[in-house]
Design a protein around this ligand. Structure first.
Ligand SMILES: Nc1ncnc2c1ncn2[C@@H]1O[C@H](COP(=O)(O)OP(=O)(O)OP(=O)(O)O)[C@@H](O)[C@H]1O
Ligand SMILES: [Mg+2]
Length: 225
């Protein structure tokens, strides 16, 4: 299988180089793979996900997703809009919009049709058990409902790559399991690629591979189940 994500010798620091976070990270992720990204708090997992998506610029090194050069600014926006779904730790849904309105945002950003989007949203909402909450404002939803909503939104443009940053971190054990099951199910059924930053060894063990970050690099590979 060809690599969908290629990261080669990526360096990234903050505060004019005073905080060195990524120090020569390299990894390849094949299309359809489900990867857990582990490591202690502050080791650079979110920074790496941000560099892969192009939300954060690298200091040096190469990043490509689906053949697009992420380091190149002119292709980055296109890539992010069309091919990458992102689920953040605290969902980042707009509180005063309904869940449905939130789901239309990424579709409108790529000039998609609202009619097709509605069909897709209803299908995804049904499979995540959130249909009855679509017309509710996000501020009125529970944490688990918001995370399921964020999952629906992240898949609206059917991205090739889904990046998830502790997507279930704020949930209790029961909801964590439920949301993660849905996530894996949706990704596997569509043959999509997932990189999941997580502290939870239980969730990591259900991925195809675990990559552990340490000292700004990928330390070693642990084989999942
Ligand atoms: N914009 C920024 N400016 C300065 N320092 C930053 C910035 N973003 C991240 N850092 C620093 O980079 C390091 C790595 O942060 P990052 O958020 O990538 O860690 P993480 O592995 O995701 O941690 P956690 O498991 O707690 O989410 C931390 O020391 C953090 O303080
Ligand atoms: Mg983080």
């Amino acid at each position: 299988m060809s690599a969908l994500v290629k990261v080669g010798d990526v360096w990234k620091s903050f505060d004019q180089g005073r905080v060195e976070v990524l120090r020569g990270v390299g990894l390849n992720v094949a299309e359809g793979e489900i990867i857990a990204l582990c490591g202690t708090s502050g080791c650079g997992k979110s920074t790496l996900l941000n560099c892969i998506s192009g939300l954060e610029e690298v200091d040096s090194g190469d990043v490509s997703v689906s053949g697009y050069d992420v380091v190149n600014e002119s292709t980055r926006v296109d890539l992010l809009r069309h091919h990458i779904g992102y689920i953040f730790q605290f969902h980042h849904l707009m509180q005063d919009l309904t869940l449905a309105e939130n789901c239309y945002v990424p579709v409108i950003a790529v000039g998609g049709s609202k009619r097709d989007a509605r069909e897709r949203m209803e299908e995804l909402a049904a499979s995540t058990g959130i249909s009855h909450r679509l017309n509710q404002r996000v501020r009125e939803l529970s944490g688990g409902e918001r995370q399921r909503g964020a999952l629906v939104r992240s898949l609206m443009n059917d991205p090739k790559l889904l990046l998830c940053d502790e997507p279930t971190g704020a949930l209790d054990e029961e909801n964590r399991e439920k949301v993660f099951d849905l996530l894996l199910d949706l990704v596997r059924k569509r043959g999509r690629t997932l990189i999941l930053a997580t502290h939870d060894p239980e969730l990591a063990s259900r991925c195809d591979r675990t990559l552990r970050m340490r000292d700004g690099r990928i330390e070693r590979e642990l084989v999942g189940k």
